[in-house]
Design a protein around this ligand. Structure first.
Ligand code: PMP
Length: 368
């Protein structure tokens, strides 16, 4: 068996101890004689697994009692519709901050449900933009908005908010799909947070929603909201209104245990900062030759998705191929931006980034 260093943006590498434990428990979970996949979601065994996963997530992020944790399905793109459908009612519209591909998808979807005010955008001139977060003092926020939506980490552009923006009394909503649990998150400052699980948490199919309970009122819902996607219904049924993604919840619970054993979210943040500093340093840090470039403004560089390029598209392609042969996989940039991208989520060990940096030096020596 050979494991590679997997830089996939998502679904992404999971901690090896988690995969090993899941393999060991696959056929017989804790003497029950069945796999977690084969359990009723209402069985005491599975209810315990789900309750523990939720408790661990609450502990890791310090989720306050004001907020409910929901285990849903549909991914972040479904949330792009479910957020307005659950929260826009009784309001003229919502504010959105445009920082790239994923916030753009959120904006386009929300427009199907109500008025969207793009309060700030880093789009810039054609092709040149999405390399920074618009400064907070340039945002044209509407104090009557239903909420303000941001994408805290743009997985494709490699742009990440350095800190939570202050938006006053209007609830802040964030797509944190590609950074959840990578650094501390002050959940109390948000009205709602959502994340697909398939990067830092577990298998695709599970979507995490954390929502301030006082926002879950009928006046905020829009007509036509499916019952299974009504946050109030999901919350009142402890995420068991219908069958939740049971196996994904179980793996998520193992990942939460692993994060806790690593020292929690603060420890993950320190490790992630070290990995990112090493990689950005190799790209264009002091002493670098200019062979590699990163387009993102230094204060907005993502610690999860590091985008960079060589001097040409041909060399980018050669880099991906040669890296692959060395067990450094999934380094091709997203098709909409090209170039290279290394996704270095929680489960990527420092050794993986060290191996990538060593390979970058070699590749430069051969092609620079
Ligand atoms: N938002 C962000 C920030 C993402 O990275 C992704 C997936 N890469 C999505 C939304 C879409 O998520 P899903 O495929 O789970 O709907």
């Amino acid at each position: 068996m050979t494991r590679v260093f997997n830089f996939s943006p998502g679904p992404s590498a999971l901690p090896e101890p988690v995969l090993r434990q899941a393999a060991e428990e696959m056929l017989d979970w804790h003497g029950t004689g069945v796999s977690v996949m084969e359990m009723s979601h209402r069985s005491p065994a599975f209810m315990g697994i789900a309750a523990e996963a939720q408790a661990l997530l609450r502990e890791l992020l310090g989720v306050p009692g004001s907020h409910r944790v929901l285990f849903m399905q549909g991914g972040a793109l479904a949330e792009n519709a479910l957020v307005p459908m659950n929260l826009m009612g009784g309001h003229a519209g919502a504010d959105y901050i445009d920082t790239g591909w994923w916030s753009g998808k959120s904006i386009a979807e929300a427009r199907r449900y109500g008025m969207v005010n793009v309060a700030a955008s880093s789009a810039g001139n054609a092709g040149s933009g999405y390399t920074h977060v618009p400064p907070r003092d340039t945002w044209q926020l509407d104090p009557q908005a239903a909420y303000v939506h941001i994408c805290s980490n743009e997985t494709i552009g490699g742009v990440q908010y350095a800190q939570t923006p202050d938006v006053g009394n209007v609830p802040l909503v964030a797509d944190v799909s590609s950074e959840i649990l990578s650094r501390p998150l002050d959940v109390a400052n948000y009205g709602l947070i959502y994340a697909g699980a398939q990067k830092n948490i577990g298998p695709a199919g599970l979507t995490i929603v954390m929502v301030r309970e006082d926002l879950l009122v009928p006046e905020r819902t829009l007509p036509g909201l499916p019952t299974a996607f009504n946050y109030r219904v999901v919350a009142d049924n402890d995420s068991m209104y219908n069958t939740p993604p049971t196996y994904a919840i179980y793996i998520a619970g193992l990942v939460f245990q692993w994060i806790k054993a690593q020292g929690g979210v603060e420890a993950m943040a320190a490790r992630n900062a070290e990995k990112a500093a090493l990689l950005y340093g190799a790209i264009d840090g002091p002493g670098s030759s200019g062979f590699y470039r990163c387009p993102v403004a230094v204060d907005a560089r993502s610690k999860m998705n590091v985008v960079f390029r060589t001097p040409s598209a041909e060399l980018d392609a050669a880099f991906v191929q040669a890296a692959n042969a060395r067990g450094l996989v999934q380094l091709k940039g997203h098709r909409v931006v090209g170039g290279l991208r290394a996704s270095i989520y929680n489960a990527m060990p420092l050794a993986g980034v060290q191996a990538l940096v060593a390979f970058m030096r070699e590749f430069e020596a051969a092609h620079g």
